[in-house]
Design a protein around this ligand. Sequence first.
Ligand code: NAD
Length: 232
Amino acid sequence: MTRIVVLTGAGISAESGVPTFRGADGLWEGHRIEDVATPEAYERNPDTVLAFYDARRRAVEAVAPNAAHRALARLEEAIGGDLLVVTQNVDDLHERAGTRDLVHMHGELRRALCTGCGARPGWEGDLIHRPPCPECGERMLRPDVVWFGEMPYDLDCIENAVVACDVFASIGTSGSVYPAAGFAALAAAFGARTVELNLEPSDALVPFDDARAGPATELVPAWVEELIAART
Ligand code: NAD
């Protein structure tokens, strides 16, 4: 059996209408990254940071998964437990498309994190009004999003899957955020075939065996069909 790990980034959700991290202006939805995506920014100006993620959560509710998310769900249906999708995205478009074996290494907009008790409750509404934590009652909820300088979730599980996979695919990610940006080189060092599907070639540490440039909604369905056809 071919074991596949797919790493996705903001580019896979771009055609659903979710802007990527670094636009042409180097900003995320008009904000400097250090003003909205670091623990220091949250300490300095919690209202700005909470309002920013409240707006992102509402924006994602209004959009839908695209053909690339759906193709990965179809791949899971076809090959089951031999696929792990690791996403850097904080949106929920993979799960809404039907992917089940999914790791949100940078957290989720639809989850809050209590800095008092550590609970990570599912969250639909806003956080700006400081609602109480459903576990401990303290008003210390922040977005459950991994900021620069914080440790991503489930790294052990991800690295175990990366070193054991036969095919590693990187989809819609710029390759500039670590440790995710190092996964392709790790997979290659352990013998996996590496594939990149991105609008433009990324800043890869090690060249991909197969690098395809174009929109995810075209490249991902075509790649998935190739994989499924190769197994039948
Ligand atoms: P990034 O913005 O740094 O890079 C996006 C990449 O996608 C670029 O290389 C770009 O060329 C490519 N791309 C753009 N449109 C594409 C398309 N239609 N098809 C294929 N590729 C396309 O994003 P990243 O590498 O994921 O950076 C990381 C951080 O951004 C993550 O930590 C993530 O949490 C955060 N983020 C998430 C979302 C989301 O959840 N949708 C959105 C913005 C930022």
